[in-house]
Write a new protein. Structure first.
Length: 116
């Protein structure tokens, strides 16, 4: 299974457009499908920047029922995006990534990946 790097998960935790619970399915042709489960949890005290919640992200192998966003791409496309060799937005435009579901979430996720 392709493991998302810690810095990507950390940026994911900073997204403010996420609903209470978000499930993003990644479908890869080699069968190594995985999904991200992201949960916004309330906290008793506000953080240093005034946030009253934390966001936890967990990567799980397999398929999830009723994902908020379903992304389908090749393993190479995902690897190139994670490695910073390919812009996720460019990959969407080229049709290298196909998605169904929440369009705003897809756009927000594309911005998490920085091209070197």
């Amino acid at each position: 299974m392709m493991q998302l790097p810690a810095h990507i998960l950390e940026r994911l935790r900073l997204l403010t457009c996420l609903p209470q619970t978000t499930r993003v399915q990644f479908r890869l042709p080699d069968g190594s499908d995985f999904y991200l489960r992201v949960e916004r949890k309330a906290v008793d005290q506000q953080g240093p920047e005034g946030e009253a919640f934390i966001i936890e992200a967990e990567q799980v192998s397999g398929l999830v029922k009723a994902p908020d966003l379903d992304l389908e791409m090749s393993y190479d496309t995902l690897r190139d995006i994670i490695d910073g060799q390919l812009s996720a937005r460019h990959a969407f435009l080229l049709g290298d990534i196909r998605y169904t579901g929440n369009r705003e979430l897809a756009a927000a996720l594309a911005d998490l990946f920085i091209v070197h």
